[in-house]
Design a protein around this ligand. Structure first.
Ligand SMILES: C[S@@+](CC[C@H](N)C(=O)[O-])C[C@H]1O[C@@H](n2cnc3c(N)ncnc32)[C@H](O)[C@@H]1O
Length: 223
C-alpha cells in the first residue's frame, strides 16, 4: 500500500475559507480523521466536523469520518493515542486526511503528532503533506477590516496561559534587495524565496545576501 497522510488546515470555521488544496485532499482521500473532545467519540461539539461535513456536501461526496479523541490536556500519552489512531486508520485506508482548525502552523497539535509518527513509521512521516490554511487572527482582522501590521509595525502572537518559559519564533519580512543578513542575528533560520513561483527556493539556513524582494525568513523557536 502506498500510504499517504495529509494534514489539512481547515481555516477558522467558514467552509468558504477552506483552500482548494484542502478540498482536493478531501476529494482524493479514502477517509478523514477528525479530532473530537468528546470521550464518546461523538461530534456534537466539534467545529472541525461541521467544516468537514460542509466541505463534503460542497464536493457531493461522502467519506468515512474517523473520530480521534483529542482531550486537549497537553499530555504526551494523549498525542501517542491520537497518532496510533491515525496509523491504525492508515492500515485500513490508503490515503487519509487529519484535520486541524485554522492554520496548522499556529498552536496545532499536528507537529506533536508528526514527531510521534516520525518515530513509529518514518515512511509515513516522510510522505506526509501539510496543507496551510487561514488563521483565526487573519479572519478576525478581515472581519473588522483592521490591518494586523502596517508600515513599520510588528505583529505579536502570545499564548495567554503559558505552561513554561515562552520561546519566540520570528518571521522577518520585507527585506531590501542586496542587504546583508548578518543584522538579522543567529538562530534556527530558514529562507523562503519566491514561494510557489517557478524559481521557488527554500534554504534551511539564512542566506547571506537578499536577492529578491519576495523573500522571507523564519527564525524558529528552539524546541
Ligand atoms: C489551539 S489554538 C488554534 C489556532 C489555529 N490553529 C489558528 O490558526 O488560528 C485555538 C485558539 O485559536 C483561537 N481561535 C481559533 N478559531 C477561532 C475562531 N473561530 N474564533 C475565535 N478564536 C478562534 C482562539 O484563541 C482559540 O483559543
Amino acid at each position: 500500500m502506498n500510504q499517504k497522510l495529509t494534514m489539512v488546515s481547515l481555516g477558522p470555521g467558514d467552509v468558504e475559507l477552506l483552500t482548494l488544496k484542502a478540498l482536493n485532499a478531501f476529494k482524493e482521500c479514502d477517509a478523514i480523521c477528525v479530532p473530537t473532545k468528546s470521550q464518546d467519540n461523538s461530534f456534537t461539539k466539534s467545529i472541525s466536523y461541521k467544516i468537514v461535513s460542509n466541505a463534503l456536501k460542497l464536493l457531493h461526496v461522502t467519506k468515512p469520518i474517523i473520530p480521534v479523541y483529542s482531550p486537549m490536556h497537553f499530555i504526551y500519552e494523549d498525542w501517542v493515542h491520537e497518532a496510533d489512531i491515525i496509523l491504525e486508520t492508515l492500515q485500513k485506508y490508503e490515503k487519509i486526511c487529519f484535520v486541524t482548525l485554522g492554520d496548522a502552523a499556529i498552536y496545532s497539535s499536528i507537529y506533536y503528532l508528526l514527531d510521534i509518527i516520525k518515530k513509529k513509521n518514518k515512511k509515513i512521516y516522510e510522505s506526509c503533506e501539510v496543507i496551510p490554511g487561514v488563521t483565526s487572527f487573519s479572519a478576525a482582522s478581515a472581519e473588522v477590516q483592521k490591518a494586523l501590521c502596517l508600515g513599520d509595525e510588528e505583529l505579536t502572537i502570545k499564548p495567554i496561559n503559558p505552561r513554561g518559559k515562552v520561546k519566540t519564533t520570528e518571521i522577518l519580512m520585507r527585506p531590501k534587495i542586496g542587504m546583508d543578513t548578518e543584522v538579522l542575528g543567529e538562530g534556527d533560520f530558514y529562507t523562503f524565496e519566491n514561494m510557489y513561483l517557478e524559481d521557488a527556493k527554500i534554504t534551511s539556513s539564512k542566506i547571506a545576501k537578499v536577492k529578491k524582494y519576495m523573500t522571507l525568513f523564519i527564525n524558529f523557536a528552539r524546541r
